[in-house]
Design a protein around this ligand. Structure first.
Ligand SMILES: C[S@@+](CC[C@H](N)C(=O)[O-])C[C@H]1O[C@@H](n2cnc3c(N)ncnc32)[C@H](O)[C@@H]1O
Length: 301
């Protein structure tokens, strides 16, 4: 039997894995710092913080990656000054380049979420996107979020994989793998020049992805660190199935051979289904069945 990775190993593999991913991260995930990015990020924030979130004078992002959330929030005026942290210096280097290109001023610090190098009560908003599931010590990390927030400050995390969403995503991926040769033939596409699914990548993913959550996990961690007004919501179901199906098809073909109209169709379809999820499914179905979970809370005081 293989021993589970230690906390130190999880942190170390996360740093190395994301350092390598940093160069191609924005292209791989279609990260936008324009109108689309503003709408996506604001769309998530308003689901839990109401129609006009902020403005927050000082924000701290945990696992900020290449800047998806903080740089879009700065541009939309929701945040006045942003501090971006990440365990991967490579990700932060890309974030700094992105900020410079956009003419934005940010502070950065390479550190672990569970050991933040900031004074008590320094921030009005602590936020993150797709990062909690990488953290080996969630109680310590949430205690740090509470420590650095000012009384009355806001906590917001989104993009965390739900347990059932993780399982459900296997279906569109499996279906897409089966029809990929047919799809390539129909569109006259060349196969991908190399197998994207490097076995070493899979092994590392198993170490960096530590958790998939049920809503009560997030509620428990936030309440356990002393936060009040804890709210958890689920988002994206149809949009994610559609997205995973298309992403899996696309990864089977040479990216240079995928025609523009297909990319437009995949993008517009995803946005349309996000709207269906938001308007019809999210208000009616329990959070746990959605692909992503988000949590917001307030530090008392
Ligand atoms: C899936 S990426 C998300 C990046 C960005 N938030 C986004 O939405 O594009 C996860 C990020 O969390 C960072 N991370 C992983 N473990 C961490 C830890 N213990 N402390 C701080 N950041 C961490 C990774 O380096 C990576 O940049």
């Amino acid at each position: 039997m293989v021993a589970p990775p230690t906390e130190h190993e999880i942190l170390d593999v996360n740093r190395r894995y994301h350092d390598v991913a940093a160069g191609s991260y924005d292209a791989k995930w279609g990260i936008s710092f324009g109108e689309i990015g503003h709408q996506q990020v604001l769309g998530k924030l308003t689901k839990l913080l109401g129609p006009r979130p902020g403005p927050f004078a000082e924000s701290l992002e945990i696992g900020a990656g290449t800047g998806y959330f903080s740089l879009n929030l700065l541009q939309t005026g929701v945040v006045r000054h942003a501090t971006c942290t990440d365990i991967s210096p490579g990700m932060l280097a890309t974030l700094e380049r992105n900020a410079e290109m956009l003419g934005l001023d940010v502070s950065t610090a390479a550190c672990d979420a569970a050991e933040l190098p900031f004074e008590d009560e320094s921030f009005d908003l602590v936020l993150g996107h797709a990062v909690l599931h990488h953290l080996p010590d969630l109680p310590r990390a949430f205690a740090e979020f509470a420590r650095v927030l000012r009384p009355g400050g806001t906590l917001f995390f989104a993009g965390e994989p739900s347990r059932s969403g993780d399982k459900l995503a296997a279906f569109p991926k499996g279906a897409a793998l089966r029809v990929a040769p047919l799809w390539r033939r129909a569109l006259g596409l060349a196969p991908a020049p190399h197998d994207d699914a490097d076995p070493e990548d899979h092994a590392l993913e198993a170490v960096v992805d530590v958790h998939a959550f049920v809503p009560s996990d997030l509620e428990r961690h936030a309440a356990g660190a002393g936060f009040g007004g804890v709210r958890v919501q689920g988002e994206e179901l149809l949009a994610n199935w559609f997205g995973w199906f298309n992403r899996t098809l696309e990864s089977s073909a040479d990216p240079r051979s995928i025609p523009g109209p297909w990319i437009q169709y995949a993008y517009r379809g995803y946005i349309a289904l996000q709207r269906v999820d938001r308007l019809l499914l999210e208000p009616r179905l329990p959070p746990r069945i959605f692909y992503n979970l988000m949590v917001a809370a307030r530090k008392p005081g």
